[in-house]
Design a protein around this ligand. Structure first.
Ligand code: SAM
Length: 287
């Protein structure tokens, strides 16, 4: 039974965290000519209007993308390299607004961010299980080298390996509605690391007061995976209340040098998100 719908959360601080890091990684992958297959195992509907009643219900974008959007005049065109990355990302976000480029009316999901990086020789596979979300995704106008699959993303990813392109980049972004999701992600990541040793894989996880993400981190360590790096963005310090206080991204095979770039860009994001916000990065398992 799937109840999660990302439209209630679109543009929140976790989306900013995940999509800005994706943007930095994609930019790096584009520096080489060899083709890339991208696989997004949990695509969502792809593009979100922030004026929908669902987005307006929780208004999470107000504590996520909106504070950054308000700073964009200072950040876009800033040539200092790592702050420049945040500015470039905001420039892309501005392009996603279409004719209303001066106003933040929409927030693009991972299929959009991945599509922007696609070259003719690359491939993008999008998996979505929720029938309603899949219908929205089908309605998106996307390049012809994008394939949409209605089905389970983790099983779909495993079936696709090995891919035909020299490089592979994967986003695993479950909603963690079921506790077993953590173990299934560990199993999938282990499988990917065996079948595609150099794949760059991004796994998103929530930071919850219950500390459930430790199941994921301990699981991949116990499975013997190496070259695992984590980025964690906290919106506030964990308190007694339920709910997500931070956003985590586990990276398998982070390209060399990106840890510094991401850290610098995310420190800037944290400043925009308020006094309690903070970012830390660490190698969970080195080479
Ligand atoms: N990756 C999207 C983005 O960044 O814009 C957000 C994805 S949202 C957190 C998770 C999505 O996964 C939901 O749309 C949900 O319907 C879908 N989902 C849940 N279980 C799934 C599964 N087993 N396979 C594929 N999609 C699934």
């Amino acid at each position: 039974m799937l109840s999660y719908q990302h439209v209630y959360h679109a543009g929140n601080f976790a989306d900013v965290h995940k999509h800005l890091i994706m943007f930095i990684i994609l930019r790096n992958l584009l520096r080489k000519k060899s083709p890339v297959t991208y696989i997004d195992t949990h695509a969502g509907r792809g593009f979100y209007s922030l004026s929908e009643p669902e987005s307006q219900k929780l208004k999470e974008y107000k504590k996520g993308v909106l504070p950054l959007w308000r700073e964009r005049a200072a950040l876009i065109g800033n040539e200092r390299s790592d702050e420049g990355l945040l500015g470039e990302w905001l420039g892309e976000l501005s392009r996603a607004q279409g004719v209303s480029a001066k106003q933040l009316t929409h927030y693009p999901g991972s299929p959009w961010w991945l599509s922007q990086a696609l070259r003719h020789e690359d491939r993008l596979h999008l998996f979505e299980l929720h029938p309603g979300e899949q219908q929205y995704l089908e309605a998106q106008v996307l390049p012809s080298n994008v394939r949409r699959h209605h089905g389970d993303g983790l099983a779909g990813l495993q079936r696709m390996l090995p891919v035909t392109t020299p490089r592979l980049c994967v986003l695993i972004d479950p909603s963690y509605e079921r506790k077993q999701d953590y173990a299934e992600v560990v199993e999938t990541l282990t499988f990917v690391s065996r079948k595609a040793r150099h794949a760059v894989v991004m796994v998103w996880y929530p930071l919850l007061p219950t500390g459930q993400h430790q199941l994921l981190l301990d699981g991949v360590k116990q499975a013997g995976l190496r070259k695992l790096w984590c980025s964690e963005l906290k919106l506030h310090t964990p308190g007694q209340e339920h709910g997500m206080y931070g956003s985590g991204l586990l990276l398998l095979n982070l390209p060399w040098g990106l840890d510094r770039q991401i850290e610098n860009a995310m420190q800037r994001v944290a400043v925009c998100l308020g006094n309690e916000a903070g970012h830390r990065e660490y190698w969970w398992v080195e080479e």
